[in-house]
Design a protein around this ligand. Structure first.
Ligand code: ZN
Length: 349
């Protein structure tokens, strides 16, 4: 057993009620998990004891068991970080996860085919392209993986020969790389800075489905699926892929679709109906929500955590989704049937 274990047990000791050393490698206190007993203030049925070379916790009231590390983490997460760090430094082998370093580890993504482009973080703060991105309130940690492309057609032709046979009307765009799990760029989206149409142009470099953010998510956790890559930057564990989500089999059913808020767009409404019929978890925004997508919500003052909360509160599936859908949609069935193809704001090439 490491002296570090007993040292840290003594450090959290003052936070444990009736904390006492009862013998060699036995400590006793009121259980912090269950509170031990409401009726009796003297009962203390939590024990830390030695087993082989480690200390463990067990409560004889609620039955909770934990490693010492998990007990410390439960009582005081700050002290737990110090504990992990000190064990790590001293070279103690530990079953606890690797220490969480208390600063953001910079992500060095390979620029790859973007090697000749400047990222938004490379631009001076008064550069117009950077200003546009800052005005959209895009999280600044994303700036290093968003790029300025001065001549979109010309640049694209260097990767996909003759994609744009004419360079007439060439213009700058923001490039958003679509990376695979290993961080390689397999597609990208060019977003217009001004009024150029279409607003989004997606270029495929490989024949695979256009899913943005595969390098950013943990597929073992619940995944959120939005429509726009930039919107996905505001939500934890989020990709942009509505429509092609079924092409990521690892997700199974562990995801929630978060479509844009367009209850008056017949085509969108029809697609949402299909998702509901497929049994997916889907967000139908409250009627009080006036903004079309997550980035617009952020610009109009919603915080990231407020949006996460609205998403949680307005996720539906199955019969509940069918019921909510009827009041949510602002187009009638007739116009859904007639579905006029809306002028598309994006183009996939
Ligand atoms: Zn307990």
């Amino acid at each position: 057993m490491s002296y570090i274990d007993s040292k840290y047990l003594n450090i959290i000791g003052p936070q444990l009620l009736k904390f006492k050393k009862k013998g060699d490698f036995i400590w006793n206190f009121r259980c912090p998990y269950c509170g031990d007993s409401e009726k009796s203030r003297t009962k203390a049925r939590g024990y830390v004891f030695r087993k082989k070379n480690d200390l463990f916790y067990k409560c004889h009231n609620c039955g909770v068991g934990a490693t010492l590390g998990n007990l410390i983490k439960y009582v005081d997460s700050k002290i737990h970080k110090d504990y992990i760090m000190e064990r790590y430094r001293s070279g103690v082998e530990t079953s606890d996860p690797k220490p969480e370093f208390n600063f953001d580890v910079p992500v060095f993504r390979k620029k790859g085919v973007f090697k000749n482009l400047k990222s938004i973080s490379d631009l001076s703060t008064d550069h117009p392209a950077r200003k546009i991105i800052e005005e959209r309130l895009i999280p600044s940690e994303s700036f290093s993986d968003l790029y300025l492309c001065e001549s979109f057609y010309k640049f694209t032709n260097t990767l996909v020969p003759n994609k744009f046979p004419s360079l007439d009307g060439d213009h700058p765009r923001l490039l958003i790389p679509f990376r695979d799990e290993e961080g390689n760029i397999f597609a990208y989206q060019g977003r217009a800075f001004g009024k150029e149409q279409p607003k989004y142009i997606t270029i495929k470099l490989e024949d695979r489905s256009r899913v943005f953010g595969l390098d950013r998510i943990d597929k073992s956790k619940h995944v959120y699926v939005v429509e726009g890559p930039l919107d996905s930057l505001f939500i934890d564990n989020c990709i942009a892929a509505v429509g092609t989500v079924r092409e990521i089999p690892e997700l199974e059913n562990n995801f929630t679709l978060v479509p844009d808020n367009e209850p008056r767009n017949a085509e969108v409404v029809k697609q949402i109906k299909r998702h509901i019929d497929s049994g997916y978890n889907i967000v139908l925004w409250p009627d009080s929500m006036n903004w079309k997508d997550i980035n617009d919500m952020i610009i109009h003052g919603y915080t990231k955590s407020q949006i996460q909360e609205i998403i949680t509160d307005n996720t539906f599936s199955g019969a509940a989704a069918q019921l909510r859908f009827v009041e949510w949609k602002k187009v009638d069935e007739g116009s859904m049937e007639r579905t006029i193809r809306q002028e598309r704001t994006s183009l996939e090439l």
